[in-house]
Design a protein around this ligand. Structure first.
Ligand SMILES: [Zn+2]
Length: 378
């Protein structure tokens, strides 16, 4: 990608003008992402004794609301660190969770083993939804052909839809999520957009898809308002109330639950590993590790120097990438030349398609305003 902008890197994190082409800096050379981290931290994260007190009150509320029901909350599980640690925590806090997992056909064997082993040990019931492969494959190919960096959106959207739907269906009022501000704060709209935007997903599919989406789990913004305002189902990002340290969490999970590390953030899914480690960097010049590592710097869990060493390594081994190209093309029913053609298509973004970007942003800012007044969970 050619840019006439002079190179500049943040003095605190590792974000720079190549990682985010629209990055801004203050006079001290600190980037807009770090400044946003500082300003949003207090509305999203509450630590120490204060956090514990709020969390205790919240747990009591979840227990009271779920009284008389078989489960009092739902947790989404992927086999990854954050969601597995949430399973461990909620059990320890005395909640009665139902674990929900989306099987989109791309789970690594290790991820599946991790889920089974951990939930068994914790005595948590698991509901797995197996997505219709023909539909899902068609949607994934549609996103590859749409040539936007949002190829992971079909999975992300379906997971949200599934959690809301199961909660509504079973009369469960709380979804306890592993989403956390500490290690997942930096987001650049041009890196990934569309988690809640069914209008965008539908438009991409109507242009490039071939199979009718009959069962693909999805939701409109109207449904999102409905479950929030009428059904009053709440998503609670429980890790925002604790001193969440990813390394500590991994150590606990390994030692106490026999969980095994799979290498790399979000590498529990083969498609995610491939998409974030191969398609995004090679086609779009996007390397999400810049965001993940910068979050860890801001959280005080990594130094800038350590992050700079880490980012110089390839996202994952080249030989594994070559194998993945072959495996994934075959599984999607694409010829190798078909995949090469997709990689060569001119890059686009969600703005090239119908979308509800402004509305999604408006709803997000309303939720954040409610959070800052203590009217909505963090
Ligand atoms: Zn920064």
């Amino acid at each position: 990608m050619i840019s006439d902008r002079a190179y500049q890197a943040c003095t605190r994190c590792i974000m720079d003008t190549t990682a985010d082409r629209s990055i801004i800096f203050n006079n001290a050379g600190v980037c807009g992402h770090c400044l946003r981290y500082d300003s949003s931290f207090s509305t999203r994260v509450i630590r120490g004794e204060a956090g514990k007190a709020v969390l205790d009150a919240l747990i009591q509320k979840i227990k009271a609301t779920g009284k008389g029901r078989f489960y009092d909350c739902i947790i989404g599980v992927s086999g990854g660190v954050d969601s597995t640690y949430v399973a461990y925590l909620v059990k320890g806090l005395g909640l009665r969770p139902l674990a929900v997992h989306l099987d989109n056909g791309w789970n690594s064997e290790l991820a599946v083993k991790n889920i089974e082993r951990v939930l068994n040990k914790l005595g948590i019931d698991l509901y797995t939804y197996v997505i219709d492969w023909e539909e899902f494959k068609d949607l994934q190919i549609a996103f590859l052909k749409a040539s936007t960096p949002d190829g992971e959106i079909p999975s992300d959207h379906a997971i949200f839809a599934l959690l809301w739907r199961e909660a509504a269906k079973r009369g469960i009022k709380y979804i306890v999520s592993g989403m956390n501000f500490t290690t997942e704060s930096i987001s650049v709209p041009d890196w990934a957009y569309g988690h809640s935007d069914w209008r965008y997903i539908k438009d991409v599919h109507s242009r490039f898809g071939r199979v009718r989406l009959r069962t693909y789990p999805h939701f409109s913004l109207l449904y999102l308002l409905y479950v929030n305002l009428i059904s009053r189902i709440r998503t609670v990002s429980i890790l925002n109330y604790l001193d969440y340290d990813k390394n500590d969490a991994m150590r606990i999970l390994t030692q106490e639950l026999g969980w095994q590390y799979y290498g790399g953030k979000h590498h529990e899914s083969i498609y995610t590993r491939f998409y974030q480690g191969h398609v995004l960097p090679k086609k779009f010049g996007i390397d999400k590790r810049y965001g993940h590592l910068s979050d860890l710097i801001n959280a005080g869990q990594l130094t800038r120097e350590e992050a700079l060493i880490e980012i110089k390594k390839p996202p994952y081994a080249e030989i594994q990438q070559t194998e993945d190209v072959e495996y994934i093309s075959k599984k999607l029913g694409l010829r190798k030349s078909g995949f090469d053609e997709i990689m060569a298509l001119p890059c686009k973004n969600f703005r090239s398609y119908k979308n509800s970007f402004s509305l999604v942003n408006l709803l997000k800012s309303i939720a954040n305003r409610l959070r800052s007044r203590g009217l909505y969970p963090r």
